[in-house]
Design a protein around this ligand. Structure first.
Ligand SMILES: NC(=O)c1ccc[n+]([C@@H]2O[C@H](COP(=O)([O-])OP(=O)(O)OC[C@H]3O[C@@H](n4cnc5c(N)ncnc54)[C@H](OP(=O)(O)O)[C@@H]3O)[C@@H](O)[C@H]2O)c1
Length: 348
């Protein structure tokens, strides 16, 4: 019992991680297809101890595939995901294109696995924004214990969140600033090397950015529309791993010890929280790992029932590829999809 799987965006940061994680988690794959744009046709990408050649999405026959992990940006998703879904496969879409579509479930398996029941409405399941995914994994067990009224989040997001071009810009700019190269920003709006940019995405009329709005819209959809959030997203010169300083106000007192106990039991969370230098997590520690790490849990003295803590995870893994593969596992475990059993019937 194994699936024919296609990864679209297989030469990208997230696509490469998808190939690695499908293998790491032993997802049952019969045939693997790596797809990207025409310019990458024939390029070899690693899949376990093998390499596979990339194919051009434009000429690929999706009708022989069961699951498509789509990770090539919003424009490619808008052009292809619905078309592929109608041809039979279930698409797990990493872009923001379908995250607010009522006929497309937006899923973090540790938080709202039951939403998988809507997967066949359009044969598309949406993966959340990288910063939302790690946030809701940490908030969910606390929210189950004491209702969250309000959350204040400041993110410290790595450059890999802006794709391979974002990583190249940090690398080249860092060298250029102390050498003789060109340090002109191209991917980011300002210099990212040795800097911090309090602006990700594009500005909205209310002064927030669309990246910030994604975090509250998606948290509302995945966890609870009653939670009030304010968010500031900041790009920092880190290659992999997003951090979040999170302050939460509950409807009853919940102390740091109780929160640590709850979070230690929670799926997907690892608590590393001691007042010593090995007692908290940084992006370098989290890169390449699966967990959402929570550190520095303490009382927020400025409100009655407040806690403040630090959340770190690998944005290419839990923030993207790992979550997508977990959704594929959920499709399999719930019987929503069956390998090579002919086309599923759309329910709308
Ligand atoms: N990075 C993160 O932390 C993160 C987190 C959550 C979601 N996402 C989402 O995941 C997606 C990919 O991100 P990434 O970081 O992997 O970007 P990336 O490193 O820039 O890679 C982009 C991939 O898309 C492919 N692609 C671009 N245009 C294409 C086209 N017209 N047809 C087919 N393939 C095309 C590229 O192929 P070529 O090499 O052939 O151009 C490449 O494989 C985006 O939607 C992003 O928003 C990223």
């Amino acid at each position: 019992m194994a699936y024919n799987v296609a990864v679209v965006g297989a030469t990208g940061n997230v696509g490469r991680e998808m190939l690695t994680i499908l293998e790491e988690l032993n997802f049952p794959v019969e045939q693997m297809h790596a797809l990207a744009s025409r310019k990458s046709r024939g390029i070899e990408v690693a899949w376990g101890d093998r390499t596979i050649k990339c194919q051009d999405i434009e000429t690929f026959d999706f009708s022989s595939v069961d699951i498509v992990l789509m990770s090539a940006g919003g424009d490619v998703s808008r052009a292809w995901s619905e078309k592929i879904g109608k041809a039979g496969p279930i698409v797990i879409d990493n872009s923001s294109a379908f995250r607010q579509d009522p006929d497309v479930p937006l899923i973090v398996p540790e938080v709202n696995p039951d939403a998988i029941r809507d997967a066949t409405k359009k044969n598309i399941v949406a993966n959340p924004n990288c910063s939302t995914a790690q946030l809701v994994v940490a908030l969910k067990p606390l929210h189950d214990a004491a209702r969250i009224k309000r959350t204040v989040v400041s993110t410290y997001q790595s450059v890999s969140g802006a794709g391979k071009e974002g990583m190249d810009e940090l690398w080249n700019q860092t060298k250029a600033i102390y050498g003789l190269g060109d340090a002109t920003p191209k991917v980011f709006p300002k210099q990212i090397a040795f800097n911090a940019i309090p602006m990700i995405g594009s500005f909205r009329d209310d002064g927030y950015t669309d990246e910030e709005a994604k975090m509250w819209d998606e948290t509302h959809r995945i966890l609870d529309p009653a939670i009030r959030l304010t968010v500031t997203c900041v790009r920092v010169p880190v290659f992999v791993g997003h951090c979040e300083a999170v302050t939460v106000e509950f409807d009853r007192p919940i102390g740091p010890d109780e929160a640590r106990t709850i979070l230690r039991e929670a799926p997907g969370v690892l608590v590393i929280d001691k007042q010593e230098h090995d007692g908290y997590i940084t992006p370098v520690d989290a890169a390449g790992e699966h967990a959402v790490y929570v550190s520095r849990i303490r009382k927020d003295h400025s409100v009655d029932n407040g806690l403040t803590f630090w959340v770190v995870s690998d944005n290419l893994r839990k923030g993207a590829a790992l979550n997508a593969v977990q959704i594929a596992q959920l499709l399999d475990e719930t019987g929503t999809i069956k390998p090579r059993s002919g086309y599923r019937t759309l329910t709308v």
